[in-house]
Design a protein around this ligand. Structure first.
Ligand SMILES: [Zn+2]
Length: 420
């Protein structure tokens, strides 16, 4: 048995999804220890000698806070190439849309991904995931969407599948073929969707277990509501769960579509209106907000407080991608949610654990510290979640437990001792 002792505070929400308005269902245990049997949390008890089974392996938290392993439920972590030229252009005043019109943007990444082998995509993504792990992240969703041909989209999904076997973070794959229309189908988005919804493609995704979710960029500049509905329903038919990139640049009914097709989440929501918030509330759609994206682009944040006050469960993710959010750090994103969206540290903890687990349909297994949940735990080197969010940009993670195994600890961390 692995036992975590000397914990300042265990800070956790319940199993998601949870509303973030009113009094929050956050539990804070003090003077407690956590017992882990195999990959599962066995108990939370008072941290006294008689409560610790003999022969336990002890992980000394050194007076730090323990939170559920963080869950980044919206990323584009598999990609090739970098776009720092656009970063400089934006810092000189050009907008993301302007840069895209003059041939920059996502199309650059598509070219780079098409020119990369599966092995190259894997070796580019691996160090990104290793850094995320050191920040306390134990589950990451990754989307395709930079291949935009059958072979290149499948190559991206296979890269995620391979990466799942090469490092400790659990990866969850999403088929985002409907990210944008590639140049070969300029002016013919429906023809492109026909290709990417071919039965052979969907059958291959299902038979090889390549994607659990399907996602679409529903936007005036990408796919309209009708096209998005067609894509999501066809994918749903094959067993994938819908999600939607919605209301980012304009309000065109995308988050209402998410509610209509039973998506687990509508993501972005910078331009969401009241009718869409109501539709999401009525259908149990989770709002995934991406504050690092607005921070990185220097644009207005999604109206988090309005969405929270309406009782829609909110999750927070990095949207890590090579263009609009080159931010790997979920902890930094949590701090941005506090300073730019008016969320509290307790709210962002629930948004990156309980609710992020629900977005990925894993809330019965991860996202909360309680007996019988999978032992995914992040041990901080600060005593509270408040201090972690307060130290924006500092890595406050000292150790990470994934499925009951210590998969990361700081080189200077002396806290792991011999058996008790
Ligand atoms: Zn995204």
């Amino acid at each position: 048995m692995l036992v975590i002792r000397n914990i300042a505070q265990i800070c956790t929400g319940p199993r998601g999804p949870v509303e973030l308005c009113g009094e929050l269902p956050v539990k804070k245990y003090t003077e407690s220890a956590i017992g882990i049997e195999q990959d599962t949390i066995a108990w939370i008890r008072d941290d006294t000698e008689e409560n610790i089974p003999k022969d336990s392996q002890i992980l000394d938290a050194g007076g730090g806070c323990v939170i559920p392993g963080l869950i980044d439920c919206h990323t584009h972590t598999v990609f090739a190439g970098t776009r720092e030229g656009e970063f400089v252009q934006r810092s000189q005043g050009k907008s993301y849309a302007e840069i895209a019109r003059t041939g920059g943007g996502i199309k650059n990444t598509v070219e780079a991904v098409r020119g990369s082998s599966l092995d190259e995509l894997v070796s580019l993504a691996l160090p990104r995931l290793q850094r995320m792990l050191t920040l306390g992240v134990t589950t990451v969703e990754i989307k395709s969407g930079y291949g935009l041909t059958i072979d290149d989209e499948l190559k991206m999904l296979r890269a995620v599948q391979r990466l799942n076997t090469l490092q400790p973070i659990k990866l969850v794959a999403t088929y985002l073929a409907a990210h944008t229309t590639p140049k070969e189908f300029d002016g013919n988005p429906d023809g492109y969707l026909d290709l990417m919804l071919g039965q052979d493609v969907l059958d291959q995704i299902r038979s090889d277990g390549l994607a659990e979710f399907a996602d679409v960029f529903c936007e005036t500049t990408a796919f309209n509501v009708e096209q998005s509905r067609r894509f999501l329903l066809a994918c749903k038919e094959t067993g994938m769960t819908p999600r939607v990139h919605a209301d980012q640049i304009t309000q065109c009914g995308a988050s209402q579509l998410a509610a209509e097709v039973g998506a687990t989440s509508a993501d972005h929501l910078e331009r969401i209106d009241e009718a869409s918030i109501t539709a999401m509330k009525e259908n149990g759609t989770i709002a995934v907000l991406l504050p690092a994206c607005s921070f990185y682009l220097g644009v207005e944040q999604a109206p988090a407080r309005r969405i929270i006050d309406a009782g829609v469960p909110v999750a927070i993710a990095t949207d890590f991608n090579p263009g609009s959010s080159v931010v790997e750090s979920l902890p930094l994103t949590m701090s941005i949610a506090c300073t730019q969206m008016g969320m509290t540290p307790s709210q962002v903890l629930l948004a990156t654990t309980s609710n992020a687990a629900a977005v990925l349909k894993r809330h019965d297994k991860i996202g909360a510290i309680e007996p019988n949940m999978q032992a995914d735990l992040t041990i901080l080197n600060v005593p509270s979640i408040e201090q972690m969010c307060y130290f924006a940009g500092r890595n406050c993670t000292q150790a990470v437990v994934k499925s009951g195994t210590i998969v990361h600890s700081q080189p200077n961390n002396q806290s792991i001792s011999k058996p008790h």
